[in-house]
Each structure stands twice: as structure tokens, then as C-alpha cells.
Design a protein around this ligand. Structure first.
Ligand SMILES: [Zn+2]
Length: 86
């Protein structure tokens, strides 16, 4: 079931209680980390794009320092279901 969700700014993700996960594209590293949206909004501004084109160039892998980072939006309702909240 394909479901496309489009959010354009960091602010919208925060309001929707979504989270962002960054994945390092370095095949030897493959570090992944949940991003702190409040921190990003503080640094980049709440109306900064949360799209891959706007955000990925700003990110750097905290493990290997690589700049090839891809992001993934995590809808909160999915996480809640995985945690068995409902
Ligand atoms: Zn890395």
C-alpha cells in the first residue's frame, strides 16, 4: 500500500509529531540516527525545507563524517503501532 505523505517544512513535521531518520550512504558505515527536529529547526529555522533536496546537503554523518546522507520521514502513527500503543 503506497502512501505518500508530503511535508515541506521542519515546522510541519514537528507539529505532526513526525520524526526524521538520517542514514549514511557510505557502504562501510551505514550509520543511522534519528534527527532532533527541534534542534534542526533551531539551527536552520522552522520553515526550512524538510525535503531531501533541502535537508540532505546540510547533514553530515556523525560517525564517519560523510556527506552522503539520506533522510527518511517516520510517521508517528506507525511508530505507535509498532510500540503497541494501540
Ligand atoms: Zn557514516
Amino acid at each position: 500500500m503506497a502512501r505518500s505523505v508530503s511535508y515541506t517544512t521542519l515546522d510541519e513535521l514537528i507539529v505532526s509529531h513526525f520524526s526524521l531518520t538520517a542514514h549514511c550512504c557510505n557502504s562501510k558505515c551505514q550509520h543511522s540516527n534519528d534527527l532532533d527536529l527541534m534542534d534542526l529547526a533551531w539551527k536552520l529555522g522552522p520553515y526550512h525545507s524538510c525535503g531531501a533536496d533541502g535537508l540532505e546537503p546540510k547533514l553530515r554523518c556523525t560517525k564517519c563524517g560523510g556527506r552522503q546522507v539520506s533522510i527518511k520521514v517516520n510517521p508517528q502513527f506507525l511508530e505507535n503501532r509498532q510500540r503497541g500503543i494501540y
